[in-house]
Design a protein around this ligand. Structure first.
Ligand code: ANZ
Length: 970
């Protein structure tokens, strides 16, 4: 028996083991191994000045546990760490603290590394990378160069998002709504020369390949929505411009609803498109020019994405568009709700079926033509294909009593149905008159106020058994409010027989019993206050030869009929890739005096960031690099590959060039960094192809942010690298685990500003790293966001103390009891499976249950304790290592083999069996598993209920299902 007198003291063991592990390099990955590889990666951090709080390591602890388990299970594991150190946060920290960003980054990295090292994380630091290292960013520049050569990087002068506070242009992904994600300042639109990457070329593949990935469904959906693919049609309208030849010009619109073409009552174009018409000679009148000029300048009242709600404004251009089907002229407006960068920058306005067009049409008095009618099919009396159909024009009178907040219905006891008041429209009646008449005849109520008609009609198909025919009821609903209870006497026989007039709340409308299948439409329209556009599917009306088609059929047929094109549009925009800041990768580009861009030759890479005095942003749209003439102006020539090579001024080929002075966004390095870890020091290539083939893709990627930013950008770059043959697989991250955040004890986000930050160093000093690790994994399911609670750490600390004390019970050769052995094997299975599925909290509770069992024993074997320690080792690596070594093991527990379980211990040896007598359940019995019928019957015979219900009678029959049931039939 080992006797331990020393109490558990993490301080004495943790530092010691961290040093031993580092010295013996046990975490270094053998890249050229023959073993199966496992690449486990954290989203690498940017080393901010604030250091880590306890929330940051949550993901790192998880990958640490996972990779330790995999290593013990026989994999060669790559588990590296690096630094995403370019970009605004690092630059802003440096500006604030008046140090050079490089110095600030070095300092911050050192601090981060210290903080990580005391947590006992098993990173292979020999593979550390840093995106700001010229040897690293050389390859970031190299990738950009390849993109340029393939036509995927282009210069643009389109207005982009400009953050006036950060003084830089931003991509759409950098926005939170219409504000800068980093500082919260509302962005402006600013025309700026910049580099843009054609990410949209990859949009379809990025959607399709999501199916291949083992990622949380929520993240896949977020990516799909961000890419935002819409299938639709491009339809051309001929234009009659006053003062010009008829139908000389055309405008194309993009629509997802070509089926609604016959309901198009106007065309709306963006101010940008109108301005481009003016540039080619359109003489617009003053009103139009003023509107266009105003909206182009007016940031606040413009639409730049579909989410922004603005006051819709527009102006009639006087131009007419010729409707391709009806050949009638419809007006062309310039409108501020047409997005300049979406589709063709022009739309066909269909007010009856599009909310935005509806609002616009109301404001400008444009016609609203219904072309899609909702169609409901009665589920009880489904229309029959073998019967004729009669069309009926109906009204539904919906009466609401504002005093009681109830609706009027008729309950019929003969048919056993509920209905609102319905009826036909008679010759010469308008809808309101018809509704009032029906109301009076069927309910007696006369004092009602007509409020409004609930939009266009809805059509319902059903089979009318009493008439033996199908009915197609086209019904309009009229909405009334009850003024007073004044009623006239009505007959209770004839049509009204069995009717009871009732007032009910909508919750009392019983589906199925309420016969009006149109009701859901009416209730929705009542709730929306206004009878706006109907945007759903249905059947075409008012569309000539297309009448009766379904919306989906009509989209194709109408597009074909008028020679339109089926196309897709994306919400995703090309990636604005230039920043007007100092702290980023310089572009590998130069310009000649005509501003023709050239990539630099590979021999010129990396293009290093120059040392500067002042790296504050200029705010002018120029990067601070532009001021450094000695760096900007270069002399060289263009070689046969079309690349710039620098040379001496005396060289006959020498010409003047200037460097690109913008820098790349922070997302550049992180778009490919994971490819570098397996081969971080390669100076010949981004990565060696054989190493790439062995180690990519990342098997498990862990992080808690960037559902749509980094994860979209990296997939795009990876697919590009696949296309040019640098990587062998077209997705970078096979499996993604997304973590929930740790909030401060007050339930808010941890931040220095709020003064609620919990520092991991303090927690480690007090409780030890093992307790911190265990607590973070135990506090909640991994993907759940949860508030920190310092008090609860004591619970896991006590658990570790108990593991420590259990050592006193170890007797090397003792034979463990059956239950103790059984629970060990169950725990081996559970912990292994739980770690595989990132269910760390339940793995820890299994360990706790297992410990409880062992504590009840007089003694446990060395084998039992050793296996238990191995299961604990990934979670609490220091204490497990210490105890393992105290057991006399010469080598590290982290190099030991992961325990395997014996199936035979997992089989339950008891069964609960139901006892029935003549089919009636009389009791249950817990008996040994797999007992035969005879043995079970013997046991049953001794029960009281057998004596009572069967006694001495001979059973007629016995039904027996092993381990489940015995039924004695008498
Ligand atoms: C006619 C129509 C009728 C439309 C209807 C919708 C409903 P999603 O689905 O988001 O891709 N649209 C086209 N270009 C636009 C632009 N540049 N700015 C603002 N809106 C534009 O949106 C596609 C729909 O948005 C298109 O289909 C078009 O309106 C409008 F009952 O065309 B629709």
């Amino acid at each position: 028996m080992y006797i331990s007198m020393e109490p558990y003291n993490p301080k004495q063991i943790e530092g010691k083991w961290q040093k031993t592990w580092a010295d013996s390099k046990i975490y270094e990955t053998n890249i050229s191994t023959d073993k199966k590889k496992m690449y486990v990666l954290d989203m690498f951090p940017y080393p901010s000045g604030e250091g880590l709080h306890v929330g940051h390591p949550k993901g790192y602890i998880a990958t640490d546990i996972y990779s330790r388990m995999k290593k013990m299970s026989g994999f060669e594991v790559l588990h590296p760490m690096g630094w995403d150190a370019f970009g605004l946060p690092a630059e802003q920290f440096a500006l604030k603290n008046k140090v050079h960003p490089r110095v600030a980054v070095e300092k911050n990295i050192a601090r981060f590394k210290d903080q990580l090292s005391i947590l006992g994380l098993n990173y292979d630091w020999s593979k550390e990378i840093n995106t700001t290292d010229p040897e690293f960013y050389k390859w970031t520049q190299w990738i950009f160069k390849q993109m340029f050569k393939k036509g995927l990087a282009y210069e643009s002068r389109e207005p982009i998002n400009w953050c006036p506070s950060c003084k830089t242009g931003l991509a759409n992904e950098d926005l939170e709504g219409d504000a800068c994600e980093r500082c919260g300042t509302k962005v402006e639109k600013k025309p700026l020369r910049q580099w843009v990457l054609k990410i949209t070329d990859y949009a379809d593949r990025m959607i399709a390949d999501l199916d291949k990935l083992e990622w949380p469904e929520g993240i896949k959906l977020a990516q799909k929505n961000w890419i935002g693919k819409s299938d639709g049609s491009e339809i051309e309208f001929k234009l009659n411009v006053p003062g010009q030849d008829a139908e000389k010009h055309t405008v194309k619109v993009f629509t997802t609803r070509a089926d609604t073409l016959c309901g198009a009552t106007f065309i709306a174009v963006s101010s940008e498109l109108a301005a481009s018409w003016m540039q080619v000679g359109w003489q617009a009148d003053v009103k139009v020019t003023e509107f266009v000029t105003k909206t182009l300048l007016d940031e606040k009242n413009r639409s730049y994405d579909f989410k922004t709600e603005i006051l819709k404004e527009g102006v009639d251009t006087g131009i007419k568009a010729v409707h391709p089907i009806t050949k009638q002229e419809i007006p062309v407006f310039v409108a501020n709700y047409v997005l300049p960068g979406y589709g063709t920058g022009a739309l066909m306005g269909v007010p009856a079926h599009d909310e935005r067009d509806y609002g616009f049409a109301k404001q400008y008095g444009l016609p609203i033509v219904e072309v899609v009618r909702p169609y409901v099919v009665d589920h009880v009396n489904v229309p029959r294909t073998d019967k004729a159909t009669k069309v009926r024009r109906n009204i539904h009178a919906i009466v609401y009593d504002p005093k009681t907040k109830k609706y009027l219905i008729i309950r019929n006891s003969i048919h056993n149905w509920d209905t609102i008041v319905i009826g036909g429209v008679e010759e010469g009646e308008d809808l309101v008159e018809a509704a009032k008449r029906e109301l009076m005849e069927e309910t007696g109520y006369t004092d009602v106020k007509y409020i409004r008609t609930l939009g266009f009609p809805v059509q319902a198909g059903y089979f009318a058994p009493h008439k033996d025919e199908n009915r197609l009821a086209i019904s309009s609903a009229l909405y009334f409010e009850l003024e007073s209870d004044i009623k006239i006497e009505i007959p209770t026989d004839g049509e009204n027989e069995g009717n009871e007039i009732m007032w009910v709340e909508p919750s009392e409308f019983v589906p199925g019993k309420m016969i009006n299948s149109e009701l859901s439409h009416w209730l929705e329209r009542i709730a929306s206050q206004e009878s706006g556009a109907y945007t759903g599917d249905g059947i075409l009306v008012n569309s000539g030869e297309f009448d009766g088609l379904s919306t989906t059929e009509a989209q194709i047929k109408i597009t074909e009929a008028i020679g339109g094109k089926r196309i897709s549009q994306y919400k995703l925009k090309d990636w604005v890739f230039a920043r007007q800041r100092y702290w980023g990768e310089p572009f590998p580009m130069v310009f000649d005096e005509n501003h023709t861009p050239y990539t630099v030759a590979d021999s010129e890479l990396p293009v290093k960031l120059p040392e500067v005095e002042a790296y504050e942003p200029t705010g002018t749209g120029e990067s601070p690099l532009a001021a450094i003439e000695s760096w900007v102006n270069v002399i060289g020539y263009i070689n046969d590959e079309g690349d710039f090579v620098s040379c001496d001024a005396t060289d006959p080929r020498a010409k003047k060039f200037t460097r690109e002075t913008n820098t790349m966004p922070q997302w550049a390095g992180s778009s490919w960094y994971y490819l570098r870890f397996a081969d971080p020091h390669n100076s010949e290539a981004l990565t060696d192809p054989a190493i790439e083939k062995k180690w990519q893709a990342v098997d498990v990627y862990v992080g808690g942010d960037h559902a749509t930013r980094h994860l979209i950008y990296a997939r795009f770059w990876h697919k590009f690298l696949f296309d040019i043959g640098v990587v062998h697989d077209d997705e970078p991250f096979k499996r993604l685990e997304f973590l929930g955040f740790i909030l401060a004890e007050d339930g808010r986000k941890m931040s220095k500003r709020l003064g609620n930050v919990i520092n991991p160093d303090d927690v480690v000093a007090k409780y030890g790293a093992d307790s911190l690790r265990l607590y973070e994994m135990f506090m909640a399911p991994f993907e759940q966001t949860v508030a920190w609670d310092t008090k609860s750490i004591v619970g896991v600390e006590r658990f570790l103390e108990r593991v420590w004390k259990l050592r006193a019970k170890v007797e090397v050769d003792t034979a463990d009891g059956k239950q103790t052995t059984t629970i060990l094997h169950k725990t081996i299975k559970k912990v292994g499976e739980d770690i595989e599925h990132f269910k760390f909290n339940t793995a820890i509770s299994a360990l706790m249950i297992c410990l409880n069992q062992a504590e009840g024993e007089e003694a446990i074997s060395g084998y039992w304790y050793g296996e238990f320690l191995k299961l604990l080792a990934p979670f609490a690596p220091h204490v497990a290592e210490e105890l393992w070594s105290l057991m006399g093991n010469p080598s590290s527990i982290h190099l030991a083999t992961w325990p395997t379980y014996d199936e035979s211990f997992l089989v339950e040896d008891e069964a609960t069996i139901a006892v029935q007598i003549s089919g009636k359940l009389r009791g249950t019995l817990v008996i040994a598993r797999d007992l035969s019928e005879i043995n079970v019957l013997d046991i049953v015979k001794s029960t009281e209920y057998y004596q009572k219900y069967v006694g001495t009678a001979t059973p007629k029959k016995i039904v027996f299902i092993p381990n489940k049931l015995i039924n004695i039939v008498i």
